[in-house]
Design a protein around this ligand. Sequence first.
Ligand code: SF4
Length: 498
Amino acid sequence: MCGIVGLVGSSDAAREAFLGLTTLQHRGQDAAGILSYDSDGFHRVKNLGLVESVFTRDNMQSLAGSIALGHARYSTIGKGDLIDVQPFVISYPYGIGMVHNGNIVNVSELAQDLKIRARRHLLTHSDTEVVLNLFAEGMAKATGEEVREQFFETVCSAVSDIFKRVNGSYSIITVIADQGLVAFRDPYGIRPLVWGKRTEPSGKIAHCLASESVALNFLGYEIVRDIAPGEVIFIDQDGRVQTRVLDARPPRHCMFEWVYFASPESEIDETPVYGTRIQLGRSLGKLLKKQIEEKKIEADIIVPVPETSRIAAIALAEELGIPYREVLIKNRYIKRTFILDSQEKRQKAVNLKLSPVRSEIEGKRVILVDDSIVRGTTSKKIIELVRNAGASKVFFVSTCPPIQHPCYYGIDFPEESELIASGRTEGEVRDALGADEVVYQNVEGLKESIAAARRVAHPSSRMKGENPCTACLDGCYPTDVASAGNRFAADRKADRRK
Ligand code: SF4
């Protein structure tokens, strides 16, 4: 998972890319980069670390031009080396820069094909470089005057080839030197991509594309719409726009964006993240009411595990009529635990991240609310923390249903053996976590929460999104992942050997 942003027509494109990336920092904290373009060519700054540590007043001055791309990286492929940090650039044809959010399932076979058939040597471990080479191949097919006349047709042909060959999740923004900005979203629209525009003081229209609407709102762009699954958009340097849906399939947006990943201020595919989390809390409340008798869940306070679960916990407290208390205090200087790239780092971060308010917890029966239980590392530690603070009972509830299968589309839970819910009943998860009870959201409740949030925010929405990707819950993957299993297992073994 990563955060991406692209701008064209802005008088301060690189600075806006920087500000946009700060609003998307939650999507990736390993590294960041910005690429800009002007008549002197491409300018690029990238490094490991948070956005605010990568960019300085000095290095930002080199990023001239009215067109820019930005990327905040979360490493799932590659080992977090500087060489894998985006944006990437290729010199032929035109000069093309690219940023990508997602994960390519068949990257190994595509890389092999590029090497043998096209004799292209890849320089990084990144799947984005593979897509960039394929896109460059497609763009190189048309030459001469034909290009100028039919540039958009060439773009469509190159992107169509990608849609046919590249299996996985990909929201991509590219800069093409002296032409403009091209962006596209995979045919299932697994990862988000939203488009906005703004009238500049000169009267020209500036355009911005970003992973989430929070970036557009922050930068003062009016939301035009989400890029549709299988759609390509070309915006030239004068702000003229051409779009086409090249491969429309039933959308399978990632449910985990609403549950955990996206910022609460964002709307993804016309569905507010905040509203969805409220609905998730209500839905969980209804489930819990049914189970209160059966599982003897009597509680004095409802406590969110900060930060993501707060919104759902408020709605749950309202639904159950139990006081809501924020008594796990977060040290804001520790990175999000789930996103950290090793088990060891995650374990240490949990210890440092939360402190309980003992005076409010002692002797109380506590319902702890979290957005999800992935490996169980964090949940187990937090239950222990709350018990040590004097809670007489600790019930653990998850706004997401049990995560039982790997994700091949960019979220870091690749092996079933690492997932606490895989092959375990709710009771077994409870025992493994050391809770008095564990209650999960169900898949129907999750889907209905997403649909209800959309209905509330956009009653006349025609967006089709009733069937989000829930593959990590039910194993029904939108694309063929047969080849991915072996590759991910091999990657993980290699990681463990390090
Ligand atoms: S498998 Fe799960 S985390 Fe991965 S894209 Fe699908 S819903 Fe999202």
